[in-house]
Structures are given as C-alpha cells and as structure tokens.
Design a protein around this ligand. Structure first.
Ligand code: NAD
Length: 345
C-alpha cells in the first residue's frame, strides 16, 4: 500500500494541463503516493449539477491532502465558487502564498521574498449580499475575533517555523474601524507572545500596494483578511513575473489543499501554453507537508535550474517559446537527474 493517498483535482480551464504536469514531477521525485483523481469545477457541474460534489469533500477528509487545479466561477451570476465552498467546508482557514523572485526571471521590481498569509473563511467572501431596495445592494463584511486570532497565530507560528523575521498586518482600519479594527487588534494581541523573536508592524492596504511596487524586498510575512489577501497576492505574483510562477496552499486543522494562486485562465485553456511552474511549486509545498523534504527541495531546485539555465523551455507568459508539456518534461528530467542527490533548498 502507498504511504500517502492524495486526492487529485484537475479542475477546469488550464487546470488539467498544469495539474498533470505537477503530478508527473511529483512522481518523478519519489514520494510514495496513490493519487485519487476526482472531478470538480465546471466539468463536475455539467455532469452532476454540483461543482463540488459531496463525495470529493468526503475523500479529502479521508486522505487529508489534495492537489487542486483551478475552477471557473461564473461572473455576477450562477453557482457559488467551488473554491470558496471547499475552503469553508474543510475548515481550510489559512491560505499561504509564498512569492519569491525566480532565478533567471528577475524583474524591474527588485528581489522579492515574501509570504502572503490570508484568512480564508470570512470577510466579504461570506457571500452575504442583499438587495435592500431596488438598485441598492449591500454586501456584508464579516470579521470575527475567533478567525482573526486564529489566522494571526498561524502567521506567527509560520514565521517561527520558516525562520522569517517580521509579520506585517494589513488593514484599512482608518475607514472600517470596527471590522478591520478588530482584525488589527487581534493581530496585535497574538503578536505579544512572539515579541523578541518575530517583529510585528501594520500598514494600510493602499499604502502597502504602493510600497510593494516600489520595493517589494522590504516585506516579509504579510497577514491579511480574505479579500485583501487575494488582491495583494495577485499583485505580488505580478512583481515576480506573473501568475504562472506563484504557488499556494490552504491549511486547516485536519486537511490541506495545495493549489496555485491563478485561476482557470479561459483565455489560454486548451492551447498547451499554460505555465505549470506555479502548480509544480504548489506540489513541492505538498511534498513538504507530507514530510518529504527531499522532494520539496529537489523539485524547487529543478525549477530554478530550468528557469535560470534553460529559458528555451519556458512558456510564453515568461518570455519563452515552450509549451506546458515541454516545460514539464524538462523539469521531470531535471528532477530525475537529481533523484539520488541530497539537495539543499
Ligand atoms: P486567471 O488567474 O485565470 O488569469 C489571469 C491572467 O493570468 C490571464 O491572462 C491568464 O491567461 C494568465 N494566467 C493565469 N495562470 C496562468 C498560467 N499558469 N500560465 C500562463 N498564464 C496564466 O484569472 P481570471 O481570468 O480573472 O479568472 C478566470 C477564472 O478563474 C474565473 O472563473 C475565476 O473565478 C477563476 N479563479 C479560480 C481560482 C481557483 O480556482 N483557485 C483562482 C482565481 C480565479
């Protein structure tokens, strides 16, 4: 019997292309995984009338881990996002999105090495919208002490574990004095036990956006509520070269789901040019979570080698002429070449 069972969710759009690439890279690296493929997103909706069938949630609860591709959510109509439901149903309260300059793909913004820690269960994603009068809609932002304390504590524990130096709470408490005020107050209180080990400060989200673009290297761990976390992580991904490079993970108490920041990219779906690196780096994070730190380091090293020494294999979004397939092949070969080596991350 395999050591790990992992639910494999290709999703839709470019999902199947990049998830297949990541699966091949993980298998080449060595962890003993039995994959459990299941359908979510538009494909599942068309087949079962549900973009997130209950059987998928049950299987993730059983396995504890999933590798997930993006899913499409209809804009301004249609079903509730399968992603939002997945995170809520499985209690995946922490969304971790490391954004780090990729060797060989340096950008004008300067060296970046930051981690977005995003609260994943509430804020405006609560989906509480009402038409209170014709032409008047309210959308309710929910911030609770329990969730704010939980994500703040997670950010500080993450900082300790990954040897980061500083946590910056991001908010708009000058305007949303109660909601963002509570988020900030919780972060301050959770910071107290870490004094002397992890620095703590805070910043308005608008000022953060400007400072990120001027000098992203000044930030370390960013702690944000749900919506700001989503926007800031896309912005940060842009600073290192785009969404095709930025991985992510969703952690709860019992389960973890690994997925890139990017969406289903309908504009390039099926063309074979989606960049699989973000999903491959997400799968490296999954290997680390499974306790296989060698595969984590090996996959990351293989990606770095290809981006810095073999730009001809890269996909068009980062200036190459390769395809998802040729890039994945190159990374698989690099991982296989290093399979017996001890690699330092
Ligand atoms: P998107 O992230 O899909 O795409 C934004 C831009 O980045 C597009 O130009 C796209 O071509 C490009 N891009 C994204 N990933 C890329 C990759 N791997 N390689 C090369 N280029 C890449 O965002 P969008 O277009 O705003 O959203 C499309 C759909 O995805 C929507 O239905 C949205 O709800 C959904 N979405 C899903 C998730 C998720 O499943 N976690 C996350 C974000 C958006």
């Amino acid at each position: 019997m395999a050591k790990h069972r992992v639910v494999l969710l290709p999703g839709d759009g470019i999902g199947p292309e990049v998830v297949e690439a990541a699966r091949r890279v993980v298998d080449a690296s060595g962890p003993d995984i039995q994959w459990v493929p299941m359908e979510i997103g538009a494909i599942a909706f068309d087949k079962y009338g549900d973009a997130l069938p209950a059987a998928v949630l049950d299987e993730i609860r059983k396995c504890g881990v999933a590798l997930k591709g993006p899913t499409t959510t209809p804009i301004a109509k249609g079903h509730v996002s399968a992603n939002v439901r997945l995170r809520r149903e499985l209690g995946l309260f922490a969304n971790v999105r490391p954004v780090k300059t990729v060797p060989g793909l340096e950008t004008p913004y300067g060296a970046t090495d930051l981690v977005v820690v995003r609260e994943n269960t509430e804020s405006l994603y609560a989906g509480l919208e009402n038409e209170v009068a014709p032409g008047v809609i309210t959308s309710i932002k929910v911030i609770t002490e329990v969730a704010s304390r939980r994500i703040a504590k997670f950010a500080f524990e993450y900082a300790v574990r990954w040897e980061r130096k500083r946590v910056t709470a991001v908010h708009k408490a000058n305007i949303m004095k109660m909601a963002d005020g509570l988020f900030l107050e919780c972060a301050r209180q959770e910071a107290a036990p870490y004094q002397g080990r992890i620095q703590f400060d805070d910043i308005l989200v608008d000022a953060l956006a400007m400072k990120l673009v001027r000098n992203p290297g000044q930030f370390d761990v960013l702690l944000l509520e749900n919506l700001y976390g989503d926007i800031v992580s896309d912005l940060a991904a842009g600073l290192i070269g785009g969404l095709g490079l930025a991985p992510g993970a969703n952690y709860g108490t019992d389960c973890a789901v690994f997925e890139a920041i990017h969406g289903s990219a309908p504009d390039i779906a099926g063309k074979g040019i989606a960049n699989p690196i973000a999903m491959i780096l997400s799968s490296a994070m999954m290997c680390h979570h499974l306790g296989d730190t060698d595969s984590y380091a090996r996959i990351r090293k293989a990606v770095r080698t290809i981006t810095s020494e073999h730009r001809e294999w890269l996909t068009p979004d980062v200036g190459g002429q390769g395809t998802s397939r040729s890039l994945a092949d190159a990374i698989v070969r690099e991982v296989e070449r290093r399979r017996t080596e001890k690699v330092e991350d």
